[in-house]
Design a protein around this ligand. Structure first.
Ligand SMILES: CC(C)(COP(=O)(O)OP(=O)(O)OC[C@H]1O[C@@H](n2cnc3c(N)ncnc32)[C@H](O)[C@@H]1OP(=O)(O)O)[C@@H](O)C(=O)NCCC(=O)NCCS
Length: 192
């Protein structure tokens, strides 16, 4: 299946030509300057723990999130955590990749298969130097496309700390609309 700037490969979407979202990035391979703006989601893998355990130990990443690690997370702890979550039937976990590099996680939780199937979206980008480049917005759009078009879901929602300006803006740019505030959290929703 091919769509404008978006190709579907088995279990994940591959996204190129994201000039709407990304600044043009140049990087050097050998002696030639190449351009690569690609962002894609792929299934999360157990070996991703070797990278993501480092992100767990950066408090800056978890500043505005509910699940803050309260101790040092080792590779083994992260590996057994990923093994556990990949077995959950009501979740779908993806790695966010940018320029071929694994940089964060995005997932659907609380998947309810009813007539109006729904799920909650969660995201983090573990590499702070990748923030503010439009990657979060693109990743949310990609998982929404997967949920609405492949899984035929009707509703996606998110609960975000009201102080998390970057996350609120990324979800709003990805067409999530304001529902209500409860305590410190803002609830947003996108329908198919
Ligand atoms: C939240 C997060 C996923 C957003 O991803 P991202 O790639 O940085 O988001 P985007 O670049 O697509 O969009 C962020 C927008 O917020 C803006 N923004 C960033 N920091 C901001 C701030 N402190 N105040 C206001 N706006 C801010 C950016 O300028 C951008 O808007 P623009 O495109 O109009 O310039 C990422 O920052 C992250 O992983 N943060 C740490 C973990 C986290 O908070 N996860 C979310 C839990 S709900």
């Amino acid at each position: 299946m091919k769509k404008k700037g978006l190709e579907y490969y088995g279990d994940y979407y591959y996204c190129r030509k994201m000039n709407d979202y990304l600044r043009e990035v140049k990087f050097r391979i050998g002696n030639t300057w190449q351009k690569d703006n690609s962002i894609f989601l792929r299934s999360l893998q157990i070996k991703d723990a070797l990278t993501s355990y480092k992100w767990r130990n950066n408090p800056e990443v978890w500043k505005h999130t509910q699940n803050k690690p309260d101790k040092f997370i080792t590779q083994d702890m992260e590996t057994s955590w990923i093994k556990g979550v990949l077995k959950r039937k009501n979740e779908k976990r993806f790695a966010i990749c940018y320029q071929g590099r694994y940089i964060g996680n995005i997932h659907l939780s609380n998947i309810h298969h009813t007539r109006e199937s729904s799920a909650q979206v969660h995201i983090f980008i573990g590499e702070p130097e990748c923030w503010g480049k439009g990657i979060g917005t693109t990743a949310i759009n990609l998982i929404a496309d997967y949920a609405f078009k492949k899984l035929k879901f009707c509703i996606l929602y998110a609960a975000i700390d009201r102080k998390n300006a970057a996350s609120l803006k990324a979800f709003e740019k990805a067409k999530f609309i304001y529902l209500f505030d409860m305590g410190n959290e803002r609830h947003l929703m996108r329908v198919r």
